[in-house]
Design a protein around this ligand. Structure first.
Ligand code: ZN
Length: 501
């Protein structure tokens, strides 16, 4: 087979595998949005079988020969060409997958499907003991996975690399140390700052059907394409890309907590804009896919915080908001409203954390999951360790496990090494937003005019359209002029929330 034929065959294999894997995404979406509780055992079987089939495709021995043929040809001589990028990333994925025994892949899919239900049950009953044995099983499987795929320094590197290619535990620890040194003093200085306005404004009644209409209207104004996407009500907010032309966002609204539902929408729409901005012509190959979870998260955090909490954004949307929720907001000014939504204070729940304390929640999880993976911490010891770190860093202790170590479902789904990508997202978002403003001028003015195109176009040009053409570090460097660095995030938070604000 000549290199051109080999490359065409590689693309075909990669597309087929992606299409098959996207069936898992539909099942996942269905489980969150539609499936009755009684379907859980059957769904676990479906997921395990499909995960096994996807794994078979990913480890198809033909990949090795085809990749070798193309790797030795002139097709890959330009490292930025789709051919070279796809071959580089397919090789990386293939080498990782073929080291994973099929039994381990199926066992992980089966255990995590059941563990997620045990986690939900433990949370519902506030009884961590229901979940502890499953947590230990999941970390044991993660150790097996790390040992199977291999790593340079520590098992955590092997897991992290799956979400954030090229990132290492050492580099991440240094980044967190830098962030911690500057963030904790800022958190301390804001602690006890009086609420700038009556907090009860947001605890007023915001009817859910109107929240939904308002939020979906905002999403359309930001550029979410409703012809190629949809909104549903789910158990948790999430965004999933089923394929070109089908990007789905699930949300949940709360009648007396407007901000929780609304900022979740801003977050998920940020993810969706990235997915909708990928090049559909390259669907099913790495150059048509997002570069990393951290970069994906940078898009959600950018729209959620740097757009959704800005003055310009609410100058545009607040009059509309006030007329939709007249009873709740008729006596509230724009400035009062912004003061309330941007109030900083330690919170027990990550998903309700303000922008300043958010990364402290991630630091805590980064520390705990490394200890769990290393075997230095056992599942049964997690609640105590969790409470201790919340007290140390945020000065608060959860009053139960439901709001403590059971608050996030990530570990129950086998997502270990995933939490740090949230902080990487915040780091990249601050750098990208600064660079966009340097390039297109003050964004607050365009937001105030209801115009989000300049920002979206800049992100499309510098982030979306590249897919995996470059590794994340290179995407950030090319877009912003600097390597990933938390300084822009610290500067942005200090500027907007610090005492000199
Ligand atoms: Zn996200």
């Amino acid at each position: 087979m000549n290199p051109d034929q080999a490359y065409a065959e590689l693309v075909r294999l990669s597309r087929d595998e992606t299409v098959l894997a996207s069936c898992l995404d539909v099942l996942d979406w269905d489980e969150e949005v539609c499936m009755p509780r009684g379907g859980v055992e059957h769904r676990a079987q479906q997921m395990a079988l499909l995960a096994g089939l996807v794994h078979d495709r990913q480890t198809d021995p033909r990949y090795d020969d085809l990749l070798s043929t193309v790797e030795a040809s002139s097709l890959v001589s330009d490292p930025e060409s789709p051919q070279a990028v796809n071959v580089r990333e397919l090789r990386r994925g293939f080498d990782r997958e073929r080291r994973m025994p099929r039994k381990l892949v199926e066992e992980s899919a089966r255990v995590t499907a059941l563990a997620s239900q045990k986690w939900a049950e433990a949370r519902k009953r506030d009884d961590v003991k229901i979940f502890v044995p499953w947590l230990d099983r999941i970390f044991a499987l993660a150790r097996e996975e790390a040992d199977a795929v291999g790593y340079a320094e520590t098992r955590y590197d092997a897991l992290l690399d799956d979400y954030e290619p090229g990132m290492t535990t050492d580099r991440l620890s240094a980044l967190f140390a830098h962030l911690q040194a500057q963030l904790l003093p800022l958190v301390d200085s804001l602690r006890g700052e009086p609420t700038p306005a009556p907090g009860h404004v947001l605890a007023r009644e915001f009817p859910i059907d109107r929240q939904r209409l308002f939020a979906e209207g905002v999403a359309a104004a930001l550029g979410f394409d409703l012809e190629c996407g949809r909104f549903d009500i789910g158990q948790h907010p999430f965004c999933t890309s089923i394929g070109p032309g089908d990007v789905r966002v699930a949300l949940r609204y709360y009648p007396r907590n407007f901000t929780r539902g609304f900022f979740a929408l801003m977050h998920e729409v940020g993810h969706a804009l990235y997915d909708q901005g990928l090049d559909p012509a390259h669907y099913g190959t790495p150059i048509g896919e997002a570069a990393s979870l951290g970069l994906h998260e940078s898009q959600s955090r950018l729209w959620e915080n740097l757009v959704g909490r800005s003055h310009g954004f609410w100058r545009h949307f607040f009059p509309q908001l006030r007329s939709v929720f007249h009873e709740a907001l008729h006596d509230v000014s724009l400035e009062t409203f912004r003061g309330v939504i941007n109030h900083v204070g330690p919170s027990i729940l990550r998903v309700q954390a303000d922008e300043v304390t958010y990364d402290v929640h991630i630091m805590i999880r980064f520390e705990l999951e490394r200890a769990l993976l290393a075997g230095d911490l056992r599942g049964a010891e997690l609640p105590g360790a969790w409470a201790e770190l919340y007290q140390r860093y945020l000065g608060i202790t959860p009053d139960n496990d439901r709001n403590g170590c059971l608050q996030d479902g990530h570990w129950s789904e086998g997502l270990i090494g995933y939490f740090p990508t949230y902080t990487l997202g915040n780091v990249y978002a601050a750098q990208l937003f600064d660079a966009a403003e340097r390039a297109v001028g003050p964004l607050d003015e365009s937001f105030a005019a209801g115009d989000f195109r300049p920002l979206r176009a800049w992100l499309g040009e510098h982030v979306y359209r590249h897919g995996q053409r470059y590794r994340v570090d290179a995407i950030i460097k090319r877009a912003t002029g600097s390597a990933p660095d938390p300084s822009a995030l610290i500067a942005s938070l200090s500027r907007r929330y610090g005492s000199a604000r």
